[in-house]
Design a protein around this ligand. Sequence first.
Ligand code: PLP
Length: 389
Amino acid sequence: MSKNYLKNAKLGTKVINIGIDSDPAHGAVMPPIYLTTNYTFEGFGKKRSYDYARSGNPTREIIAEVIAELEGGVGAVMVASGLAALDLLWQDLPGNKRVVVPHDCYGGTQRLLNARAKQGLIDLVYVDQGDDAAIEAALSEPTALLLLETPSNPLMRLIDLEKLIALGHKCGAKVAVDNTFLSPALQNPIKFGADFVVHSTTKYINGHSDVIGGALVCTTPEDVTTYRWWANCVGATAAPFDSYMTLRGVRTLFVRIRQQQQSAQAIAEYLAGHAKVKAVHYPGLPSHPQHELSKKQQAGPGAMMSFELAGGVEAVKQLFDVIELFSLAESLGGIESLIVHPASMTHAAMSPAALATAGITDGLLRLSIGLEDSEDLIAALDRGLAQIA
Ligand code: PLP
């Protein structure tokens, strides 16, 4: 980090200050965006810091530095999407090709993993990471990579990061954690020993639902070099404008999350007391089976939740016809509140049997809580629920 006084600063200070007042040309307070494709050489054999924007860009460097700092890594690789960040991970597996992943990880991640397994790039093992015996069996032989995702989508099940990361290391695996659902403001997997953190920056890090992006945070300089090489090689690096937007968005991460989480807690409590709601899945509720674990490994329960309507899919259809304020849309982590029916939207690619195994029922709805006033959000849910059977 270029500013010494930032070394011991809190993350909420670093996220604002990194890159501020760093413009050598005009002293711009906000770092300017560099939209150029290419850079001149000073003369024969005299390359400057950058030559071509696929391999390097100053705007991208600043957002990479911010995200690496927030996660406690040594560097980050900024790419065009969360999936592109994940796809870097198995380009350079050490030793063997065995990759162990959660059976309920994000559907797009599963599609990508299945495609790479079909190509022979990886040997893929799905495991229920909530099942101690299953995970121990899966990690009883040499493994190259263990991928973790907590909380799970959409049921908000947590896994014990400290325990699973140690198990992964015991069988020789490097461990990557997809931290998209909580963001570095609420969970820092590297503190528990993770080797990599992956983000769909599309979600909380950008936070405004107007950029698709991803980051791979590494814990060794060698890995930063390796995965930057791969990002450049496959042409997956993040565009300068997306990097600029994401940098602008991440500056407010901590205040956004604080507010969104406060509203989420109030909404979860409201839903938990409603007669038409069968179950609420939110780690901030004492009734959540891993409420204590959430307090141990998270700085807060987050702003995502799911709940089950007692009236099943018919009640869901009725609610979708009348609900106000919540947009019926996929994705999460933005300033706007969203409602999703996982079985027919985000998780539609899963077979009915797989949905049943994962516990995703027809009456389940997922909420991403935004920055609207929580009283208005609760009133909208209350009016909506009053109109369903
Ligand atoms: N990981 C998680 C947990 C996600 O929810 C998503 C997208 O929803 C991704 C990865 C993929 O990110 P992107 O859509 O930016 O490729």
